[in-house]
Ligand binder design. Structure first.
Ligand SMILES: *Cc1c(COP(=O)(O)O)cnc(C)c1O
Length: 390
């Protein structure tokens, strides 16, 4: 039984902590969905979302989780029999590619070096070899939530340009949307996928796809086999009812409005700086623990470690026992290793509605857990985090 004598801590990489303000904004009766203030509120969300995405392109919103937004992006751009290239760097781009395969695409995968980010030079070489331009889209994640890696989206774009390849560049930003800098137009992504339950601090249930004119032209030329995922009625609705292909997600819209207001109050640059600072703290703690035992970063290149989630390999230390102790005895929920051996890996989510005290609490719980399960580790991780975040 988790303790109920204080707030439980959720330190998984999504869904994330929902601010009380957002919870309160959602806790209200349903309203008229045909006319009145909800319509205006909904339309007010799109400019804010586009600002976070760094785009003046189109934004389509769905009642869906991230997988739904993935499918929306594919359904409008890829026809059966067309080839997509997946830039693998963990579980998530591969999952997106598997979805494309099930939808009839031919999927090719470029693996990144083990425990590393996508290598732009390898992307360039791969695309140069595609002289006939059979590849119609390139799928990549900005941050892979399984491995904790951060890919350099700008460098990958430069590689695509160097190869003079015309494929659509599609980026999954679900893990880090609104947590780290991203410039869809400035960096040259054609499609961006996001969802509300991580950096946007809103309960799971809204997915977003951003598309530039190049991607929209592909949709207009090829059609879309799905009514629900179709971009056109959502990007250019003749009636409010078309924005969500039916009933609007009323409570989520109120919640997201509040979350975006909170983000505007803090300021995007301050949010990015906060995530960078908290991530420094987490990494300092992990590095310290590893000085006296087998704990280590999953991502070997320090510069490719993400600012929203940290994946830790535990070697001989029982990661399941650690997670169980933290949850049952301390009410701190850690992420389990996915795509890795869950007995020997865990993850700390540090995205969204988090601050120094919450991070120190989580790190303190991990340190206490490591000690209680008799793990080999160097203590002092919390002190190292305090120093790193100061
Ligand atoms: C969370 C996440 C997803 C999946 O989102 P769901 O809402 O669980 O469908 C996809 N990609 C990345 C990078 C994620 O972090």
């Amino acid at each position: 039984m988790p303790l109920e004598t204080g707030r439980p801590f959720l330190a998984i990489p999504g869904p994330t902590n929902i601010p009380d303000r957002v919870l309160r904004a959602m806790h209200r009766p349903m309203v008229n969905i045909y006319e009145g203030p909800l319509i205006e509120l909904t339309h007010s969300l799109f400019p804010d979302l586009k600002k976070i995405a760094g785009t003046e392109g189109h934004c389509m919103a769905y009642i869906a989780n991230g997988h739904g937004a993935w499918e929306a992006a594919l359904a409008n751009t890829i026809s059966a029999g067309e080839t997509v290239l997946v830039l693998e760097s963990g579980r998530f781009a591969v999952g997106w590619g598997n979805m494309a395969a099930q939808m009839g695409a031919v999927v090719e995968t470029l693996d990144s070096p083990a425990r590393s980010a996508v290598d732009p030079a390898a992307v360039e070489a791969y695309l140069r070899a595609d002289t006939g331009h059979r590849i119609k889209a390139i799928l990549v994640v900005q941050i892979d939530t399984a491995t904790g890696v951060r890919n350099d989206i700008q460098a990958i774009r430069r590689a695509i340009d160097a190869a003079k390849h015309p494929a659509l560049f599609m980026v999954d930003c679900i893990a880090c949307f609104g947590c780290v800098p991203y410039e869809m137009d400035g960096w040259g992504a054609d499609v961006t996928v996001a969802a509300c339950q991580k950096g946007l601090m809103t309960p799971p249930g809204l997915g977003f796809v951003f598309a530039n004119d190049k991607a929209m032209a592909v949709r207009e030329a090829n059609g879309c086999a799905s009514t629900y995922w179709d971009w056109l009625p959502r990007a250019k609705p003749e009636a409010y009812y078309q924005l969500f292909c039916g009933t609007a997600p009323v409570s989520h819209l109120f919640g997201l409005r509040e979350a975006l207001d909170m983000m505007a109050e803090e300021g995007l640059d301050a949010i990015f700086a906060r995530h960078a600072r908290l991530a420094r703290g987490v990494r300092a703690a992990v590095a310290r623990w590893g000085e006296g035992g087998p704990l280590e970063f999953n991502i070997t290149d320090a510069l490719a470690r993400s600012d929203v989630v940290t994946t830790i390999l535990t070697g001989a230390v029982d990661a399941q026992a650690l997670r169980r102790y933290c949850e049952d005895a301390l009410s701190v929920t850690l992420g389990l290793g996915i795509g890795l051996d869950a007995n020997h890996a865990f993850r700390i989510g540090h995205m969204g509605h988090v601050n120094e005290a919450m991070i120190l609490g989580t790190l303190g719980a991990v340190e206490m857990g490591l000690s209680r399960i008799g793990a080999d580790f160097a203590p002092g991780g919390v002190e190292a985090a305090i120093e790193a975040m100061a």
